[in-house]
Design a protein around this ligand. Structure first.
Ligand code: FEO
Length: 388
């Protein structure tokens, strides 16, 4: 695949992977992207996952057509991109490695070798001339590790953006970009919104025609859409108005309550109502949706004087990613001493800018036509969510 005439795609698709980073379901696989710039001097941009070294080296060989690479540019040291540095060095011992000082320290830790005789250390504002192309380096710490650096080809206006603008799914997966890019971003980089904002500001000064990320498709059109979503996600603004109801239910009684709430919200004209059964759903999708929409209802059972474990997990995922600026409603269930609402609120204490609804629903075992106070507070909760 040509990115432009003299910039080629040499990445690989992983269709066998079950869990990316050991925790994210990737039903449509994953891609590990790598690129070759053919010029007076040739550069390979990043390596790929350990399982694909042979295929990747074959792709490079085929594109180089008898030439040897002069440089390997290492933008990110997470092993899904760096695992084949040693293999590359063995295949091309004369090539230089271009990367940040932090990345060379990581190479020493990963491989026992920081390739001192091959190092070209680059940082913010450094450039590498390949002939017609010049790479301009832009540091991007914590997007997604501290050593990350982007490379901007000022000749063809290509931004090589490391993990940024990546998504789950093989490079040719036919699925909407937004949903799998959101799930990827919130899951993997979500904690580091401030750092993403900083790099977006630097990127705004560049004329960008093509974005080449390390995962997912090369982006060529409507770049404002993707950059706009990154701005929204990294500033923690909701993308749209709507209510996510995240719940657990052991015997179906809490589920009955959330279904009643969902129905009432829809009847009242709420634009989007999304339910996630946290014991069964893809947790990363529920977390991404909590960041996508403006309002969140948490509904769970009191369990060991705490909350049901999947709800605990869910709230921890939100809190560690800096969940903020949303309206939250609480529904608790308990047969003798309901404390779940109090525990959930305590767990969210570190999250700034959360507005709680005045109504909290307490269910004593089950909800039925005789559960007067629970029904009244459920109706109030629905009204507040529609008004807020
Ligand atoms: Fe795709 Fe942070 O590695």
């Amino acid at each position: 695949m040509n990115i432009v005439e003299d910039v080629k795609y040499v990445g690989v698709n992983d269709r066998k992977i079950d869990l990316f980073e050991g925790q994210y379901r990737v039903p449509n696989g994953m891609s590990y992207n790598s690129y070759v710039i053919l010029d007076e001097r040739t550069a390979v941009m990043d390596t790929v996952d350990a399982a694909f070294g042979e295929e990747w080296l074959g792709n490079i060989k085929s594109v180089l057509d008898g030439r040897k690479p002069d440089y390997l540019v290492v933008q990110h040291m997470e092993p899904d991109h760096s695992a084949n540095i040693l293999g590359f060095v063995k295949a091309y011992p004369d090539a230089k490695i271009v990367s940040t000082a932090k990345a060379f320290t990581m190479m020493k830790n990963f491989f026992g070798d920081d390739f001192a005789d091959k190092q070209i250390v680059v940082g913010e504002g450094a450039t590498l001339s390949l002939g017609r192309h010049t790479l301009n380096f832009v540091t991007a710490p914590m997007v997604h590790w501290p050593e990350v650096i982007f490379s901007y080809d000022s000749t063809d206006k290509i931004l090589f953006s490391a993990d940024a603008f990546g998504k789950f799914g093989a490079v040719d997966a036919e699925e909407p970009w937004d949903d799998e890019a959101r799930r990827y971003y919130i899951g993997i980089v979500g904690k580091y919104g401030k750092q993403v904002q900083a790099v977006l500001k630097k990127a705004a000064a560049l004329e960008i025609r093509i974005i080449c990320p390390l995962h997912g498709p090369v982006l060529r059109e409507n770049l404002g859409h993707y950059i706009g979503l990154y701005d929204t996600w990294s500033s923690y603004r909701p993308e749209c108005d709507g209510v996510v109801i995240a719940y657990t239910s052991v015997y179906g009684n809490t589920k009955k309550a959330v279904n009643m709430l969902a129905e009432a919200l829809r009847t009242a004209g709420c634009p989007s109502v999304v339910l996630h059964d946290l014991s069964r759903c893809d947790m990363s999708l529920a977390v991404a949706d909590a960041f996508k929409y403006s309002k969140l209802v948490l509904a769970t059972t009191t369990y060991n004087a705490d909350v049901f474990p999947p709800m605990r997990d869910f709230i921890l995922h939100l809190a560690e990613r800096g969940f903020t600026g949303r309206t939250v409603g609480l529904i608790e269930n308990g047969s003798w001493a309901p404390v779940a609402a109090k525990v959930m609120r305590q767990m969210l204490e570190g999250c700034k800018g959360i507005s709680y609804t005045e109504s909290t629903v307490t269910i004593n075992s089950s909800i039925n036509e005789k559960s007067e106070s629970a029904l009244v507070s459920l109706v109030s909760l629905c009204t507040e969510l529609c008004q807020g």
